[in-house]
Design a binder for this molecule. Structure first.
Ligand code: SF4
Length: 285
């Protein structure tokens, strides 16, 4: 089962790929402002919610696409993320997929109990062009993660990822959709596919985007048709396996953060508390 979980909503644009962000577009259609970053009213703890029979609403083994209307590592979500990590840790039977452009913020946002990564968390970094790939992927490779993915979406130019792919578990690519969509060329997709096959890395062609160029000819497609056309191209590739083994949820609550009971109450929700040199109530930040 595939589920989306948006504990918070809204974002700030940070690079070329954000220019026509679908979240801003869809919010505008509904008379809302995508730059208003706010906690969800109902879904902050969705993975822990149970039905009337006391079963979890999200069944064991599900894929949980996390924070797809924001960025999980956004600064504004620093305090909210503590509870999100708590939900993720309590559901080791679910596979959480997190896509981000803010890979440089990941080290400071990981819980102390992270170790060399949690098996139920898969991190994907978005790279829309070669500049972003060169900027973000070296950082991704240095992080303690069990799974590293690349989302080339929206694909805005040809990418050469050969030097990164030996350390990557999956690559997906998609064109741009909705208002103002920029062209995606099939030759770029084909090149990415060939690089993944060469490196034995999983490759998924998710969609052509709304403006698709093939053999020099431009096609304009709806979102649905774009996905169908990508499927018809039949260039997905399995690559090396990265299995996920669901673990039963723990009975007892987990201590994710190194909480010192001597610390004053005001420190309870401070993101820096794990690294705080002061335990006397005199805030240093
Ligand atoms: S980081 Fe993602 S959600 Fe945020 S503005 Fe950019 S494309 Fe949109």
């Amino acid at each position: 089962m595939n589920v989306t979980w948006n504990p918070w909503h809204g974002c700030r644009r940070i690079s070329e790929g954000c220019q026509h962000c679908y979240m801003f577009f869809l919010d505008k259609q509904h008379g809302q402002d995508g730059s208003r970053i706010h906690l969800s009213k109902t879904d902050t703890s969705l993975p822990l919610q149970r039905d009337r029979s006391r079963n979890f609403k999200i069944p064991t083994g599900s894929n949980v696409w996390t924070c797809i209307t924001s960025d999980f590592f956004l600064e504004e979500a620093d305090l909210w993320r503590i509870d999100a990590w708590d939900c993720i840790a309590r559901r080791p039977d679910l596979l959480f997929h997190i896509i981000t452009k803010r890979v440089d913020r990941i080290p400071q946002c990981l819980p102390l109990a992270w170790g060399d990564g949690w098996p139920n968390v898969r991190i994907y970094v978005t790279v829309e062009n070669q500049r972003c790939a060169n900027l973000r992927l070296p950082t991704l490779l240095r992080l303690p993660l069990r799974f590293r993915g690349i989302c080339a979406s929206p694909l805005l130019g040809e990418l050469h990822l050969e030097s990164f792919l030996p350390h990557i578990d999956s690559v997906s690519c998609d064109g741009e959709n909705y208002e103002g969509a920029r062209v995606c060329d099939y030759a770029w997709v084909q090149s990415l596919h060939d690089q993944c096959v060469q490196a034995n890395v999983r490759f998924h062609f998710k969609g052509t985007g709304a403006v698709f160029r093939k053999d020099g000819r431009i096609y304009r497609l709806s979102h649905e048709v774009a996905a169908q056309q990508a499927q018809k191209a039949a260039i997905d590739f399995e690559g090396h396996e990265t299995p996920f083994h669901p673990v039963p949820p723990p009975e007892e609550p987990l201590e994710l953060f190194d909480w010192n009971p001597e610390q004053p109450e005001k420190c309870l929700h401070c993101l820096r508390r794990n690294h705080c040199p002061r335990h006397d109530g005199h805030c240093w930040s």
